[in-house]
Write a protein of this length. Structure first.
Length: 900
């Protein structure tokens, strides 16, 4: 957002109009706009309780009477907290006669001017109320401002610059050493836990904390000169500044707001009281005061619950969004927000760690919520990291997230990093993955308790702003962002030195490249991490079958003993005999396990290894044990080779405890949830350090059977071995195919122009001018168009001019044999796959259009406007670059529209 493109000036507040213009331009620039369904409401969102998850959305667009359904593999709810205005009803309001509207509609109303309005009544004390008071008073309209005597009181309004050093208030909240004065339950994420304990766990520290907040609050109060006039005294906040969250606001008016209040023209009257009723042209207060009014403006807050109706009924408690408090019921597990034991445990920890919160000042003993707007009747949000449900139902498919409902002074940064976090979570690429917890009941409980702890914190820390509503904090934003960055596997320290880290305020500029940083770190590091973790330092995995702990060694011996009796040279067709043999094999294997494995010792070893975060045992040994247990489970499950129908008809198999109890440890270490083995356990880790298979299933059978087994598994192992170098090539390709690696400025002048041509010669009496290199020459896209049966962009003449013969013949052959247009009504699945390929190509073309135009529009005063394919677009210097590239943009739009 720069001043040459948008109506913004450095050091000044950004208007809502400028933000709106920026978001529109952003959507156009990055090809998002065409995917946005404007004027469309989501009627319901129904979760699919399957292994893959997903949502079915029922939506209805304006101008259409028929709802349609959309399947979404993943759903991000970004409706925020300002979607549904709360509008209380007052006795007699139907007779009022004037306008009654919520401040949500304020911009649309005021854009028409004040008109015939001579006097207005404004109810509320939030920032929108101040805006409405300012607008009408500066327009000469009489304002009666009513602040509820049973409400929260006036919000904190600060000048942009505070303290004797005139620091931006939002920069104070983002200065690390100042955040230490804020009691914060997730504060240890910043790495300064010792300092925080001093401030909040010692008497001297708490004294300093109190002094900090007292100084900050007094500074704002003195700057605003509340006590200089009886009217402004009514605007002094009732709640101590320490306990204020997102309602903390900034005076961003051209004229002095308080001078407007104190003005001799007496345009603004402030009433601390209650509205009891309305009558024609009048608003009545509880003390008998009657306010003559042409309009009644409500700044009465917003609905606390997302505006989408989620299905199936009652799913809100698993989602972790506000819902009615539940009473104890033996038939169903209550949501986290209704689990008294967890809430009490969280309260105990919060107040133990932050004793200062025990002495919360009562800001209004008469506080009474507006009717039907009492957040205490609902559970608060209970989202992990304030972003995702903590229920296994949603953690397993990673298909749901909420964003935009938080409120703090760091909204731009928070939006950026939470969006990256959600993207990484959906793709399973968080360094600290919450979904991994579902394999371990204890880990799930801990994750859910942490979720309750963080969300319950708001009741004590920000009782008026957060309480039982959405997350809402100010001086706690930096440690929250630190927490998310640790989850992403990134360092949160971005200032280049300890002193700067503590004293230099964080701003959006510090996180400008965080997405690029994560991508670069993740692509290479994730491959390295895979090799070091699952591969024990190599790929295919290193495996050790020799250095096992004594308690685990019997598993090898038992598997080697039972495998020779697993297979028969001739498949069996006798069901009764098969059942008998399967039972005998399982009984024999169970006996061997019970006689040879000392299960308490084996579990003790695994407990110790997991407690030490798996570092006290070689990864190669863990790989070997993984393979041994997995193959033992498969041997017990089938109990006869070849597999027979009797075994196939089984719905469940009760495995011996010796095979059942070690399995969750391996699931947690490797991060999977199936009862069965996988390619890593059954194939890759079944080769020892010498490349010899440790466990074979058909070694006693004829050589042609045994060699088939050996050849197949050797093939699979060698594919992985040869693929090792390809993995790194893929990472290198991803890294190099980044826009940031190609400078727009230098590409235009030093790269693109060289590949143009623009001159010609006479051929058979005609002058032919030749074009240069074009993206339309790329064989991949010509082949895709041909395969999909799409018309190519290049004419027959251009194909002969620029495309080599055998490439032309390849495309012609592919198009000739493309079956897409020949598909019948019975080929629905094939047609759907063709459509999916076309959609992906269409998405690419939308992104290409968004990416290429900014490159082509870079200033290059040394030349006429050009592309490589069209070496000169125009020689008229008066033609703007937008006009010159319009035909190219039209071509890109046409290619996009044709890709169906």
């Amino acid at each position: 957002m720069t001043s040459d493109k948008f109506d913004v000036k450095e050091g000044e507040h950004i208007s809502g109009y400028a933000i709106n213009a920026y978001l529109k331009a952003y959507a156009q620039s990055f090809g998002i706009a065409e995917f946005v369904r404007l004027q469309t409401v989501v009627l319901t969102a129904e979760h699919q309780d399957t292994e893959e998850g997903g949502w079915v959305l029922t939506v209805k667009s304006s101008g259409s009477d028929t709802p349609v359904q959309i399947f979404a593999r993943r759903l991000i709810v970004a409706t925020g907290i300002l979607s549904e205005p709360f509008l209380p009803r007052f006795k007699g309001q139907d007779t009022f006669g004037g306008m009654i509207f919520h401040t949500r509609d304020f911009p649309q109303i005021v854009s028409k001017g004040v008109g015939e309005v001579k006097a207005v009544t404004i109810l509320g004390s939030g920032k929108s109320s101040w805006d409405a008071v300012y607008h009408y008073a500066t327009a000469g309209v009489k304002v009666n401002w009513v602040i509820r005597s049973t409400g929260y009181g006036p919000v904190w309004m600060s000048p942009p610059f505070v303290t004797p050093f005139k620091r931006w208030i939002e920069k104070l909240a983002n200065t690390r050493f100042l955040t230490w004065f804020s009691p914060c339950i997730w504060g240890s994420a910043d790495g300064y836990d010792g300092i925080r304990k001093f401030y909040h766990a010692t008497a001297l520290g708490r004294f300093l904390v109190n002094q900090f907040w007292k100084i900050l609050g007094n500074d704002v109060i003195q700057l605003n000169k509340y006590d200089s006039h009886p009217k402004t005294a009514k605007l002094k906040p009732w709640l101590d500044v320490m306990y204020v969250g997102g309602s903390f606001s900034i005076l961003n008016y051209e004229k002095d707001f308080f001078e407007l209040i104190k003005s001799d023209n007496n345009l603004v009257d402030i009433h601390i009281g209650e509205i009891t009723s309305l009558s024609p042209g009048r608003v009545h207060l509880g003390d008998g005061t009657i306010l003559e009014s042409d309009a009644f403006i409500l700044n009465t807050g917003w609905g606390h619950v997302p505006s989408v109706k989620f299905l199936p009924q009652g799913i809100e408690k698993e989602l972790g969004i506000p819902h009615a408090l539940e009473t104890a019921s033996p038939s169903s597990e209550p949501g986290l927000g209704s689990q008294t034991s967890l809430l009490e445990r969280a309260d105990d920890e919060i107040l133990r760690r932050f004793p200062i919160l025990k002495t919360l000042r009562v800001w209004n003993k008469s506080f009474t919520p507006l009717p039907d707007h009492d957040p205490s009747k609902l559970t608060p949000y209970m989202l992990y990291r304030f972003l995702i449900p903590a229920s296994p139902r949603f953690l397993r498919p990673r298909d749901t997230a909420f964003i935009g409902h938080q409120s703090n002074l760091s909204t731009v940064i928070t939006s950026h990093i939470t969006a990256l976090w959600i993207s990484a979570y959906f793709s399973g690429q968080l360094a600290r993955d919450p979904s991994a917890a579902i394999a371990n009941p204890e880990a799930t409980k801990q994750l859910q308790y942490e979720t309750v702890l963080h969300n319950r914190f708001g009741k004590w820390r920000y009782p008026a702003d957060w309480g039982n509503r959405a997350p809402n904090f100010n001086f706690d934003a930096i440690p929250y962002l630190d927490l998310l960055q640790h989850d992403l596997g990134l360092s949160p320290y971005r200032k280049g030195g300890m002193l700067a880290e503590m004293t230099d305020p964080y701003g959006p500029e510090d996180y400008r490249n965080i997405t690029k940083e994560w991508l670069e770190a993740h692509n290479g590091d994730q491959l390295t991490h895979n090799n070091s973790r699952d591969g024990a330092g190599d790929w295919p995995p290193r495996v050790n079958y020799k250095s096992w702990p004594t308690a685990l060694l019997p598993y090898q011996k038992i598997l080697l003993e039972v495998l020779p009796s697993l297979a028969t040279p001739v498949p069996s067709l006798d069901a009764a005999a098969d059942a008998k043999r399967i039972g005998g094999f399982r009984r024999s294997m169970t006996r061997l396990l019970q006689e040879n494995v000392h299960l308490p010792s084996a579990i003790k070893v695994l407990n110790e290894i997991e407690t030490e975060e798996w570092e006290c045992l070689s990864g190669a040994v863990l790989n070997g044990f993984f393979s041994c247990i997995a193959l033992s489970r498969h041997a017990y499950r089938w109990a006869l080779m070849p597999v027979v129908k009797v075994a196939q008809l089984e719905d469940a198999v009760d495995l011996p405890a010796e095979l059942e109890l070690p399995w969750p440890y391996l699931q947690r270490y490797f991060g999977f949830t199936a009862d069965s083995g996988n390619h890593t356990s059954n194939v890759l880790s079944n080769f020892d350090e010498d490349g010899v298979r440790a466990f074979t299933f058909n070694s006693t059978l004829p050589v042609d059977i045994h060699s088939t087994e050996e050849g197949f598994f050797r093939l699979l192992h060698d594919i992985e071995s040869m693929g090792f170098d390809i993995f790194y090539e893929i990472v290198e390709a991803i890294t190099s195919m980044r826009e940031a690696r190609i400078s727009r400025k230098f590409w235009l002048s030093y790269v693109q122009g060289f590949h143009g041509w623009g001159v010609g010669r006479h051929i058979n009496g005609n002058f032919i001018r030749f074009n240069g290199v074009s993206g339309n020459h790329i064989l991949l896209f010509q082949v895709l168009d041909a395969f999909l049966g799409l018309e190519r962009y290049l004419s027959d003449e251009d194909m002969v001019l620029y495309i080599p013969l055998h490439q032309r013949l390849l495309c012609e052959t592919i198009k000739k044999h493309s079956i897409r247009k020949q598909l019948g009504t019975s080929d629905v699945r094939i047609a759907k796959e063709f459509d999916n390929i076309a959609k992906k190509l269409r998405t690419y073309r939308a992104a290409h259009r968004a990416k290429v135009m900014p490159y082509l529009k870079q200033p290059a005063p040394e030349r006429f406007h050009m592309t490589a394919g069209k070496s000169v677009l125009t020689t008229d210097l008066n033609v703007s670059i937008d006009e010159a590239t319009a035909p190219l943009e039209k071509m890109l739009v046409t290619r996009f529209n044709d890709t169906v």
